[in-house]
Design a binder for this molecule. Structure first.
Ligand SMILES: Nc1nc2c(ncn2[C@@H]2O[C@H](COP(=O)(O)OP(=O)(O)OP(=O)(O)O)[C@@H](O)[C@H]2O)c(=O)[nH]1
Ligand SMILES: [Mg+2]
Length: 327
């Protein structure tokens, strides 16, 4: 799902200004044939069609580019529940659908009325009535359009994750997660000597044997519940729902600004439900004394890759035995 490519949603004012301006341009079209009554009918008919076309085209685009929760993998539905008001979102999509119906209905109605009318003034009045109705329809969904635009900005922060075996790199800001992701997968995620460089979730891929594995770099925090920001909520969901294996990055050097004690606390918070592997970063900056205490937990990037491979095999074997027991 392309959450990054959803185009902006226009306001009621921009939509109407644009549609009415285009209609005025149509209204000055020359070369219409027939008697004066036929020409007036055609002109007004063209304006009405043009308004309908412009609005329908834009609202259809909104309808087509915003994902409906029904079409999304479970992970993204959960993510939506955490980050936007899902009921309000569904209501807003339904409102766009409703507006499309009304616009098409009024266009058909008023064109019919105009072509039946034999009075110049009456035709002008009908046109004006149509504009009023259409403006009122679009105004009625303005709140919904604004809500969709706000949702779009939130969707843009969503990670692009696939449903495959997933390794999550987890740990405090600035400990070296993105550097490790780059070492492991060869991607080029941004790294920097200050915290919160990674504002959304970076992804890379590795192949172990014949298995393709997704590796996500997930920012960590000790905040809970209400105190979590948008990215932290996403991180927690990725960790709980998506991760098959977690690699926890410890920075023992002190350069990240987080004490070893704090890092151990975050490590313990993960719980025991998932397989957790440890990676020690910044060994070149770490004091010998601390290093000797932690040496037994050290694995190189290659060794960790092998361990991930073992977990993929285990999961595959588990799935096979589950499949057999279902038969
Ligand atoms: N000397 C040394 N520096 C490292 C090592 N690993 C990471 N760094 C540096 O530590 C800083 C932070 O690394 P990042 O990989 O950006 O850390 P991060 O955990 O992704 O940080 P956030 O995205 O902010 O959460 C960068 O300046 C890296 O170059 C290492 O093994 N040795
Ligand atoms: Mg990072």
């Amino acid at each position: 799902m392309n959450f990054q490519g959803i185009p902006p949603v226009e306001t009621e004012k921009t939509l109407l200004d644009y549609a009415f301006r285009k209609a005025r341009e149509k209204g000055i079209e020359k070369n219409l044939k027939g008697n004066w009554l036929e020409i007036i009918r055609k002109k007004e008919g063209l304006k009405i069609d043009s308004i309908k076309d412009m609005l329908v085209q834009r609202l259809e685009k909104t309808k087509a580019t915003f994902p409906h929760p029904k079409q999304l993998p479970e992970f993204y539905v959960q993510l939506m529940k955490l980050t936007v008001d899902l009921d309000e979102y569904k209501k807003s999509l339904a409102a766009v659908e409703w507006a499309l119906g009304r616009i098409r209905f009024f266009q058909a109605e008023y064109v019919k009325k105009i072509f039946r009318s034999t009075d110049h003034q009456k035709i002008k009045d009908l046109s004006r009535q149509f504009y009023g109705r259409i403006a009122s329809v679009v105004k009625q969904i303005n709140g919904n359009l604004r809500f969709l635009e706000e949702s779009r900005k939130i969707f843009r922060t969503y990670p692009d994750v696939k449903e495959m075996f997933t390794v999550c790199i987890y740990g405090f800001p600035n400990v070296g997660k993105s550097t490790f992701l780059n070492k492991l997968t060869g991607t080029k995620a941004e790294t920097a000597p200050y915290a919160f460089t990674t504002r959304s979730i970076n992804a890379g891929y590795i192949t172990v044997g014949e298995h393709k594995i997704q590796v996500l770099d997930v920012p960590g925090t000790l905040a809970r519940g209400e105190r979590m920001n948008l990215i932290e909520r996403q991180a927690e969901l990725v960790l709980k729902k998506l991760a098959d294996v977690i690699i926890f990055v410890f920075d023992l050097s002190g350069y990240s600004g987080y004490s070893i004690k704090k890092q151990e606390q975050l490590y313990r918070n993960i719980g025991t439900e998932k397989k957790v592997l440890v990676y020690l970063s910044k060994l070149d900056l770490t004091e010998e004394e601390i290093l000797s205490e932690w040496k037994h937990t050290y694995y190189s990037v290659e060794e960790l890759k092998e361990k991930i491979g073992e977990e993929v095999e285990k999961k595959g074997a588990k799935r096979e035995s589950e499949d057999k027991s279902e038969l």
